[in-house]
Design a protein around this ligand. Structure first.
Ligand SMILES: C[S@@+](CC[C@H](N)C(=O)[O-])C[C@H]1O[C@@H](n2cnc3c(N)ncnc32)[C@H](O)[C@@H]1O
Length: 227
């Protein structure tokens, strides 16, 4: 069964949930990347951005936020509406929220390679083969020295170590990866290579039906980290 991706965001209402802890970790990491970013204009893209709760508040408050041109791509119109309202509320003129298919490489035309690439809440919802393919696409989505922020649950079988190997294979260095004990599954990788051309018209991944995957459903106790 496909989750209702609008309702899924209700898990953020509990500040003690693993999802909220993950969000806090992501915001800290995005802020730290902006602290260290070179002066001048910056570009950010967010794949499957949901309501933009990770990137938008950081850009709204960070001194470099105004330097960032960002594109958030999300398929659920209700989430797009929430994210657009958040952008408008904080007056981020460089941030657009696009209603569309984030899996399509052409969604990032003009902004990739970007300095900040968010792939959050994606790797727990696609096949391992698609995770690997998406990691390799990150070598085209991300600028040299840019950072990819990603998440993945730590439930068995824990794919996080393998995802880190795939990032290394694609030319990334590990900045930080949460430990299994932390449960939140946040990864941060810096791209050391030269971005390849982003193939036009390619599909990087497809969300799978939860019933076809091993693991808990959205409604059980692990739901908050199942992404
Ligand atoms: C697990 S949620 C993560 C949302 C957000 N990144 C976060 O971490 O808070 C996954 C999101 O991906 C969106 N989504 C799924 N497939 C998509 C696609 N092909 N293109 C754009 N958005 C997609 C869903 O609507 C949902 O909002």
């Amino acid at each position: 069964m496909t989750p209702d991706w609008y309702d899924w965001h209700a898990h953020y209402a509990d500040p003690t949930s693993a999802l909220s802890l993950r969000l806090a970790e992501l915001r800290t990491r995005i802020g730290a990347a902006l602290d260290q970013a070179p002066p001048g204009p910056l570009r950010a893209i967010s794949l499957c951005a949901g309501q933009g709760r990770d990137l938008i508040p950081v850009l709204a408050t960070h001194p470099r936020g105004g330097d960032v041109t960002a594109r958030l791509v999300e398929r659920d119109p209700r989430n797009v509406e929430v994210a657009r309202a958040a952008v408008q509320e904080v007056g981020l003129s460089g941030v657009e929220v696009v209603l569309g298919d984030a899996a399509r490489t052409d969604a990032y035309a003009g902004l990739a390679p970007a300095d900040l690439v968010l792939v959050c809440g994606v790797f727990g919802n696609i096949s391992d083969a698609d995770v690997r393919a998406t990691v390799h696409h990150c070598a085209s989505l991300c600028a040299t020295g840019g950072i990819v922020f990603w998440t993945r649950h730590r439930q068995s079988p824990d794919l996080v170590p393998t995802i880190c190997e795939w990032f290394a294979e694609a030319g990334f260095a590990e900045v930080a990866v949460s430990t299994p004990a932390e449960e939140v599954g946040v990864g941060v990788h810096r791209f050391l290579g030269t971005p390849g051309p982003l193939p036009a018209d390619a599909t990087m991944f497809e969300f799978t039906e939860r019933s076809r995957r091993a693991g808990p459903s959205l409604t059980d106790g692990h739901a908050t980290v199942d992404s």
